[in-house]
Design a protein around this ligand. Structure first.
Ligand code: XMP
Length: 330
């Protein structure tokens, strides 16, 4: 297995030319490592696993088996994007598993955030293991480990949240790792992703926690509130993209608490949930500041969410920096 230390001589990858040279190098390395054997990859649709998938498709084609587990907590359109880009455009060997019911049944009634994270993380590994077992013995497991993951694991501080990264290594799996981007920083992974032909929106996608909307549908998750959250979040993203804020704001999303307030619709009493907008900027996610969003846009988003999403009758803006608030509510 190759070294986990980035050599001082390794230049930062910033251009397509450097990215192409890196890609060629890694294609040769992966081919030498795996020969004609199969490689398994949990493909979440996040930047790192997507770039690894695109690189390995180029290196070993159908020897790569991608498994995309939809845990039912994906943002709107995310699983569809994975199927379109990898299953159709790149013609990958892609197994799509819709495990929505399994996850939501297990999470029913569970309100404690860390417990929710643990259930989601453990169930993810279970589903992934089951799929792997159906495929027979596969000797290699590819992972989207990047250099900050390696640095972070050497440098673990006090745990505020367990930050389950679904798609992590199933413990006890006797597989050799294939980690072609493990010495790269995030910005380099993005340059490589674009050179591999991945869509800009996928490569520059904002970070999404492994448990997805599961930690934004606050308290015990219900299907109706989760659906409202997914729709409201899609409107927020659409409006931020239309107004260029997606390039300016590091992370933006909706959270919906498990409370209702009284409102009016069609001259009738209308009880609904509040949608909370969070839009933050940060360098390393350890601290974060609030991005100022123009009021006319906030009014427009409020109008759209309260008129287009069933169950939401108010929109609130979270102005809390980190610290004291964490970025996610749970
Ligand atoms: P917090 O909420 O701790 O978030 O301020 C910092 C960054 O981490 C993301 N986050 C997670 N990522 N699994 C992940 O993979 C998780 O369980 C998780 N919880 C928070 C969060 O979205 C932010 O980018």
């Amino acid at each position: 297995m190759s070294s986990n230390v980035r050599p001082e001589s390794m230049k930062r990858i910033t251009t397509a030319e450097q990215a192409n040279a890196f890609i060629e190098e890694q294609i040769a390395a992966v081919r030498a490592q795996v020969g004609d054997k199969k490689v398994l990859l949990a493909l979440s649709g996040g930047v790192d696993s997507s770039v690894v998938a695109a690189l390995l498709i180029k290196a070993i084609g159908k020897q790569l088996v991608c498994v995309h587990v939809n845990h039912g907590l994906m943002r709107k359109g995310e699983s569809e994007d994975v199927i379109r880009v990898f299953g159709q455009q790149m013609d990958a060997n892609l197994i799509y598993v819709d495990a929505t019911d399994r996850f939501l049944d297990l999470l029913a009634g569970v309100s404690e955030p860390e417990r929710k994270r643990k259930i989601i993380g453990a169930e993810f590994i279970k589903v992934f293991d089951e799929e792997a077992a159906k495929l027979g013995a596969i000797p290699f497991l590819a992972q989207g480990t990047i250099y900050p993951d390696i640095l972070e694991s050497l440098n673990k501080g006090k745990t505020i949240k367990s930050h389950h990264n679904v798609g992590g290594l199933p413990e006890g799996m006797a597989m050799e790792l294939v980690e072609p981007v493990k010495l790269l920083f995030k910005d380099e992974v993005r340059v490589v992703g674009e050179a591999l032909g991945l869509p800009h929106s996928m490569v520059y996608r904002q970070p999404v926690p492994g448990p997805g909307l599961g930690v934004r549908c606050l308290g015990a998750i219900t299907r109706d509130r989760l659906h409202a959250l997914r729709e409201a979040d899609a409107i927020l993203r659409e409006e931020f993209e239309k107004n260029g804020l997606n390039e300016k704001v590091w992370q933006y999303f909706i959270a919906i608490p498990d409370i209702k307030s009284v409102g009016i619709r069609n001259e009738d009493r209308y009880e609904g949930w509040p949608a909370i907008i969070r839009a933050v900027n940060t360098k390393d996610a350890m601290s974060a500041t609030i991005e100022e969003i123009p009021y006319p846009l906030l009014h427009h988003i409020t109008y759209r969410i309260t008129h287009e999403v069933e169950g939401i009758n108010r929109v609130l803006m979270d102005l809390t920096p980190k610290p004291i608030g964490t970025i996610e509510w749970e």
